[in-house]
Design a protein around this ligand. Structure first.
Ligand code: DMJ
Length: 625
């Protein structure tokens, strides 16, 4: 028989191990156990407890600052907007990456760039990647949780491990070849009937002159390089070297010549490394400078590149908003390359003044600005279409070009998107398509220019660079709408302007007024399809683009060479050619088709390049600049 105390102990232990005890019993047993211990045993237990307590306190101070630091570190992470004392939000610099090697050489770039990356001076980490898990705070206080954001790389990562399906590769190559073939056909017409002139008239086999500077040829240079059309590129280079001169007594439009000529020369210089193009860009850029000699510093629309004189259009002293705010990427880049700040200074002065101007409506700008007073004119009319479109595009793109430091640009962009969401969006009937209308003195008009179809691509680009995920949702919906602007037409080609039906009993979403039925071979929808495909890898965007290319081939291709704009997208039996191939068909439309059909995200990597509004890629600046 065990002594009573031992019996108790055993029975308690058994009871505990079977899990029969309640809390009160457990407390009693502990007390009983404590009392059973000898004085020495109790002292040892107490001593050990005291030791543990002291150790705990001693360690605490060394742990606490570490916590503090960790939290500070978190706050310092890039892409979290740091709200400083003055209340002005400051976006910390993105992490600077090591300089990449310049990769230059002859065309057929797309073959040799596989897996190597494009020529670049900076390697920026994907913004989304860097900000993973970190909240982004909008200028208007909304906190955007990073996990809401789409991971633009997710599909690309999937793609990287996807085994190369031969039928997919074959389809890709056949579509790329179809674009090259379309380019060669267009080039054939230009070469035979318009060589060295501004635009081809493919039906009458002649040409038009706008500036008299070989506009189509210059606009198409980097497209040929990207498509790998070596022979054509070399012939064009030869013309630039031997024939192109800016010593000409001609008036050029500041905006159009900047985006097409200056932008085309600068991007070709970057892709090829050929100093000829930089020299030409310098010469041309310096001849545009007189446009900025105005009382308000808001440039005139036209410059005579020989006399060095500038003037507004004959009927007004206004310039259009898009024109004065969509020349910045090119002038800024020219300053960076030449080391001469004057180009950057004149265009940034325009941005500063526009930023400060009263008269915006929730971040939306009027279509005109006066070159004498520097004030907005025609206040009260707001559109994302003609005369305002690329103002919004360049806010975002300048911010990207400069390494995401110029917070006023981002602020204006984010506010403008909020303004679009608040004032310009409506749904059509019967399909419920989200479209961007116009506001005229408080009256909403369901009119949408095809030009507005740049917007899905720009929104998607913003999300890729860290902006709110809800912009991507809007981009997807607007992309669908732009697609419908094509498929609801009998030719499968979009009109220049669409009117959306909003009444519940409508039969078709898109209506077109007789004067708006033309198609100028514009790029905006194909451009946005390219961005949406690059970031989502959803193949439906390629399919939509492929259908558009088929329609261009069916209704706008001229047998003897070239493509023509048409008068009537609603009449497949008589689309009525307008006899003009705009330079942007080669500069933009065909280039974006090619990039859309390519699965190689390294052909013009969007973490290294930003496209100007004429589809000429310019480098995102290295962080040391
Ligand atoms: C091009 O010159 C540019 O894309 C510009 O931003 C808008 N108009 C044409 C293409 O439609």
């Amino acid at each position: 028989m065990l002594p009573p105390s031992r019996r108790d102990f055993v029975s308690l232990a058994l009871a505990e191990s079977r899990g029969y005890t309640n809390g009160k019993q457990r407390r009693q047993s502990c007390w009983r156990k404590w009392k059973q211990l000898s004085r020495l045993q109790r002292s040892i237990v107490l001593f050990l407890l005291a030791l543990m307590l002291i150790g705990g306190f001693a360690l605490y101070p060394s742990l606490s600052p570490q916590w503090g630091e960790e939290h500070k570190e978190e706050k310092k992470q890039p892409f979290i907007i740091d709200v400083k004392d003055q209340g002005r939000p400051v976006l910390p610099e993105p992490r600077s990456e090591r300089r990449g090697l310049r990769k230059r050489g002859p065309p057929a770039l797309q073959n040799r760039l596989q897996g190597r990356g494009n020529s670049s001076e900076v390697r920026l980490k994907n913004a989304q990647e860097e900000e993973e898990g970190k909240p982004l705070i909008s200028w208007h206080g909304a906190v955007i949780e990073a996990e809401q954001a789409t991971d633009p790389n997710a599909k690309e990562k999937e793609k990287a491990v996807e085994p190369e399906d031969p039928s997919v590769l074959q389809l890709e190559e056949s579509r790329l070849e179809a674009v090259r073939e379309a380019f060669r056909h267009a080039w054939k017409g230009y070469k035979e009937f318009a060589w060295g002139h501004d635009e081809l008239k493919p039906v009458s086999k002649s040409y038009t002159e706008w500036f008299g500077l070989g506009l189509t040829l210059i606009d198409a240079l980097d497209t040929m390089w990207i498509l790998g059309l070596k022979k054509e590129f070399e012939e064009a280079r030869e013309w630039v070297a031997k024939e192109l001169t800016f010593n000409k007594n001609v008036d050029v439009n500041l905006f159009e010549s900047t985006i097409r000529i200056l932008g085309g020369l600068l991007s070709t210089y970057h892709l090829t490394g050929d100093a000829l193009f930089l020299e030409k860009a310098k010469d041309f850029g310096s001849r545009l400078m007189p446009a900025f000699s105005t009382p308000s510093k808001i440039p005139y629309s036209d410059v005579n590149i020989d006399k060095g004189t500038a003037h507004p259009p004959r009927w007004t002293s206004d310039s259009t908003m898009a024109e004065v705010t969509s020349i910045q990427l090119e002038f800024r880049e020219l300053s960076r390359l030449t080391g001469d700040p004057k180009y950057r200074e004149v265009v940034m002065e325009v941005m500063r003044r526009v930023h400060r101007l009263e008269g915006k409506h929730d971040g939306l700008v009027p279509m005109f600005i006066n070159t004498n007073s520097g004030q907005f004119t025609h206040v009260g009319v707001y559109t994302l279409g003609a005369r305002a479109d690329s103002y919004y595009e360049y806010l975002l793109k300048q911010w990207i070009q400069g390494g995401k430091k110029e917070t006023e640009l981002l602020e204006d962009y984010v506010q403008a998107v909020e303004g679009i969401q608040k004032n310009l969006l409506k749904r059509s009937s019967p399909l419920g398509l989200m479209f961007v209308g116009e506001l005229s003195h408080g009256h909403f008009s369901p009119k949408m220019d095809h030009l507005v179809c740049f917007l899905p691509g720009t929104l998607a680009l913003g999300v890729h660079h860290g902006l709110p995920a809800e912009h991507m949702e809007l981009a997807r919906q607007l992309m669908e709408t732009c697609h419908q602007m094509y498929v609801q037409m009998e030719t499968g080609l979009s009109p220049e302007i669409a009117h959306f039906n909003t009444q519940a009993d409508s039969i078709q979403d898109v209506d077109v007024k007789p004067a708006d039925r033309h198609n100028l071979l514009r790029p905006e929808t194909v451009e946005s399809l390219f961005y949406l495909y690059r970031f989502t890898k959803d193949r439906k965007y390629q399919t939509w683009g492929w259908e558009i290319l088929q329609s261009f081939n069916k209704y706008t291709r001229v047998d003897t060479g070239g493509y023509t704009s048409i008068n009537n997208v609603r009449d497949p039996t008589s689309p009525s050619p307008r006899d003009k191939m705009e330079s942007f068909f080669l500069g933009e439309t065909l280039k974006y088709f090619y990039l859309l059909f390519s699965d190689d995200s390294n052909i013009i990597n969007l973490d290294k390049y930003v496209f100007n509004t004429e589809a000429h890629p310019l480098p995102i600046w290295p962080q040391t600049d």
